[in-house]
Design a protein. Structure first.
Length: 154
């Protein structure tokens, strides 16, 4: 082996170790510069509504009380990132509560959660999670949570 080949191998090892130490993990199974993002899940203060984000999409779950105690979780909405065209705050038909809606490609908007369900810190966490997991294609404009525009029919 020539000294030139030895330096090339050494440089590859150093690059792998450096990437691992910077939080890139082993790098196996991912493209250059991509890191696996951890899922983001926020739960309402009442512990009855949950919004989860991961690399495949988003899911909203609602807890229903069981007779005799405990809860049963039901999936209210599940969408893959490819299906989502827009995430936006607005009003529902004849409703004065601001809510987060998902607009699927070529479909009617889908109610996800009321805006008052999560704290400001949780909404910021969701914004970062949406941007990270959708590859930067989608975002949530939090200014629309406070100023969603005029009431209207959906």
């Amino acid at each position: 082996m020539s000294s030139r080949q030895g330096r090339g191998r050494w440089a590859a090892v150093v690059a792998r170790v450096t990437g691992f130490l910077r939080g890139g993990g082993s790098g196996q199974g991912r493209g250059r510069g991509q890191r696996e993002r951890p899922p983001v899940t926020v739960r309402s203060g009442a512990q009855d509504t949950e919004l989860s984000l991961d690399r495949s999409g988003l899911a909203v779950r609602i807890a229903w009380a069981r007779v005799g105690g405990g809860y049963r979780w039901e999936v209210r909405a599940r969408m893959r990132w490819e299906e989502v065209a827009l995430l936006d705050f607005g009003y529902g038909s004849h409703d004065t509560v601001v809510s987060l809606y998902a607009v699927p490609r070529g479909g009617r908007r889908l109610h996800l959660v009321d805006a008052r369900v999560f704290t400001s810190a949780q909404w910021k966490e969701l914004v970062a999670g949406v941007e990270a997991h959708s590859g930067g294609r989608l975002t949530i404009d939090l200014s629309r949570r406070d100023r969603p525009g005029p009431l209207g029919d959906s």
